[in-house]
Design a protein around this ligand. Structure first.
Ligand code: FDA
Length: 305
């Protein structure tokens, strides 16, 4: 049943008509609940609140699978302005972004031009930029982009997904950079040819990757709402005397707020991923796919505007 619900929501996540309706009517519902706001300015008060509660943030301007150069350039400008505002307002926030939002599906040179502009600004302002990991057809290109920019910039990080068979090798290959890495289970619908179909195998692989990354000395973000994974990490760092300055927990805005606060109280670093923008529909449906129990929460307000 859970698998059917997951497939259903992942299918809905690509529906452009529902996306348009959500853009028009749902911004108010989503703001302050699962996204910061419809733009960075309106998200700032939520970011400040999180910072005041001891939580760090990474912001993401929603909008992926961009298919026009003009929009990709607009996303780039928006990202640059966001980095400058974070610095100006002295917010404790990093930036996350998807390569398809900068034009990965259009032209690789476009992405390189856009990323160069973003990373020049990020480096100047000392703000980390994390490249989110998208679906399998974009995985190799994303890793290649990360590697290329990592040779030149220090303020760049990326994400590896535990559900992919390839990730163990990717983690080994990236080891020489001792990168800042976010480890996640993986949010897209992938085939059993490339990804573990069983959740228990994903969880086991995730634990293996956390250990491998931490023991390689990488600064590692464990991005999961799963208590089992959080407890595993706590035991692991204790066993190997890994300092709290070498890792952090990350969770999505609006999810498990009490757990976030408890971890901060216990002395762990926690970063909250705060998405913002009008294009929140696909992001939201992927969250529903992960946790269909959120359905009642959604239908209470989503299409009421
Ligand atoms: P999972 O969905 O496996 O659930 C395990 C258990 O955790 C549940 O049974 C429940 O007990 C508990 N739980 C989970 N969610 C809960 C909730 N909301 N409330 C209460 N309990 C809950 N993916 C990707 O492919 N590319 C990316 O770049 C990113 N980036 C990213 C950043 C951050 C900060 C996070 C937290 C996640 C991502 N992801 C991602 C998404 C990730 O791949 C994954 O799909 C989700 O985090 C869901 O997996 P979990 O490990 O959180 O728990």
């Amino acid at each position: 049943m859970e698998a059917i619900a997951r497939d259903f929501f992942l299918y809905l996540s690509k529906n452009s008509l529902l996306n348009k309706i959500a853009q028009k009517r749902g911004g108010k519902f989503a703001a302050g609940k699962i996204i910061g706001g419809i733009d960075f300015q309106s998200s700032m008060r939520f970011i400040r609140d999180l910072n005041n509660s001891g939580l760090s943030v990474t912001v993401d301007h929603l909008g992926e699978f961009v298919d026009s150069e003009e929009v990709a350039n607009e996303r780039t400008e928006e990202c640059i302005q966001t980095i400058e505002m974070i610095a100006r307002e002295k917010l404790d926030s990093q930036v996350s972004l998807k390569m398809t939002s900068l034009g990965l599906d259009i032209d690789h040179n476009l992405v390189f031009r856009n990323m160069t502009k973003i990373l020049d600004t990020a480096e100047k302002n000392n703000i980390m930029v994390t490249i989110d990991m998208e679906d399998v057809p974009r995985c190799q290109a994303t890793i290649d982009i990360f590697r290329e920019f990592k040779e030149k910039y220090s303020c760049i990080s990326t994400v590896l997904q535990a559900y992919l068979y390839r990730t163990e090798q990717d983690l080994k290959d990236l080891g020489r950079y001792h990168p800042f890495l976010r480890l996640v289970k993986g949010a897209y619908k992938e085939s059993p040819e490339v990804a573990f179909p069983e959740k228990k195998d994903v969880d086991e692989n995730y634990k293996k990757l956390i250990e491998q990354s931490l023991l390689n000395g990488n600064y590692t973000a464990i991005a999961s709402h799963d208590d089992q994974i959080i407890e595993y990490t706590k035991k692991l760092v204790k066993k190997h005397n890994i300092p709290t300055t070498q890792f952090e927990f990350q969770m999505l805005y609006g999810m498990r707020s009490k757990t976030q606060s408890r971890l901060v109280k216990d002395g762990y670093k926690v970063r909250v991923y705060v998405p913002y923008g009008l294009d929140w529909y696909g992001y939201f449906m992927r969250r529903m796919a992960e946790r269909p129990q959120n359905i009642s929460f959604a239908f209470k307000g989503i299409f009421k505007g």
